[in-house]
Design a protein around this ligand. Structure first.
Ligand code: ZN
Length: 98
């Protein structure tokens, strides 16, 4: 069974005490309760900053971690929509200038 860093969501080994990716000190307890209470905002932020990563996490985690998967997917979606909106805004401004 794989474990994930509670800070950045990287997959980690059971024996690891510190996340190799972000240096987060990992909780030794691996209760299901912790998973249910887990904040998924970090995954949304991750998906927002890296839409590709968010999309991958969404696809990979759908069964294993549905809440985190949805957050990552949502973040990626918001990011893509924002990027398209910004692009269109830039295009409109460009048209107004010429
Ligand atoms: Zn980490």
């Amino acid at each position: 069974m794989a474990k994930y860093c509670s800070n950045c969501g990287s997959q980690i080994n059971d024996k690891d005490r510190v996340c190799f990716n972000c240096g987060n000190h990992l909780e030794i307890s691996s209760s299901k309760h912790e998973n249910a209470e887990e904040s998924t905002f970090g995954y949304a932020a991750l998906g927002f900053v890296f839409p590709i990563v968010g999309l991958i996490l969404y696809l990979v985690w759908q069964d294993e971690r549905p809440r985190a998967a949805r957050s990552a997917g949502k973040g990626a979606l918001v990011s893509v929509i924002s990027a398209v909106a910004l692009y269109m805004l830039g295009f409109i401004i460009f048209l107004m200038l010429i």
